[in-house]
Design a protein around this ligand. Structure first.
Ligand SMILES: [Mg+2]
Length: 166
C-alpha cells in the first residue's frame, strides 16, 4: 500500500444521507463503524445532528450492525448512543488498527465485512484501510470551530485530496 492509497477512501459522499447502502450491501458489507465528530454531529456537541438517529435506525433495519468508534471519552460516546441500541467504543486512539479490529469483534464480523464512515483521512480512513475495512469518506459537517491541530490536518488533507485528481 503506497502512502497515497493509505489515505484514499474507497468511496466519497457528501453526508450520511447520501450514502447508498445498496452499494455497501453489494460489496458484502454487513457492519458499519461510525465516527462521531463531524460525521454524525458537529464537533464537541453532546447530541447527534438531526436525522442521525433515524438514519441509524434505517441502516439497522436494512440489516447493518453498527458500532460508533471515537477518540472521545467513553463517557461522551455513551451519551451519544444511550437512546440507540448500538455498540460504542470510546478512547479509540484512531488510527490505531487495534480499535478498528475491536469494533469488528463487537459486531461479530470480519474487517472486510465492515465499512468505516468518517470525515478524517488521518484517523478514520487511514485506520480503516489498514484494518482491511471498506472506507467511506464524508464531508465534515462543520469545520469552523475545529481546534488548531485538526485545522492543520485539514490543510494536509486538502493536499492529499488534490493529488488524487491527477
Ligand atoms: Mg470526525
Amino acid at each position: 500500500m503506497t502512502w497515497k492509497d493509505r489515505y484514499r477512501p474507497d468511496i466519497i459522499y457528501d453526508n450520511l444521507d447520501s450514502i447508498d447502502l445498496q452499494i455497501l450491501k453489494n460489496k458484502g458489507i454487513k457492519g458499519i463503524v461510525l465516527d462521531i465528530d463531524n460525521t454524525i454531529s458537529e464537533p464537541g456537541e453532546k447530541k447527534a445532528s438531526p436525522g442521525v438517529e433515524q438514519w441509524i435506525r434505517m441502516a439497522a433495519n436494512e440489516g447493518f450492525e453498527i458500532c460508533v468508534l471515537s477518540n472521545s471519552s467513553q463517557r461522551r460516546v455513551d451519551g451519544f448512543t444511550q437512546n440507540m441500541n448500538i455498540a460504542a467504543i470510546g478512547s479509540a486512539n484512531k488510527p490505531s488498527r487495534r480499535s478498528f479490529r475491536k469494533a469488528a469483534c463487537k459486531l461479530s464480523l470480519r474487517p472486510d465485512q465492515v465499512a468505516v464512515i468518517g470525515d478524517q483521512l488521518f484517523t478514520d480512513i487511514s485506520g480503516g484501510n489498514r484494518a482491511g475495512m471498506y472506507t467511506v469518506l464524508v464531508t465534515p459537517i462543520n469545520t469552523n470551530n475545529e481546534w488548531f491541530f485538526i485545522r492543520f490536518k485539514r490543510v494536509l488533507e486538502r493536499i492529499i485530496k488534490n493529488s488524487w485528481d491527477k
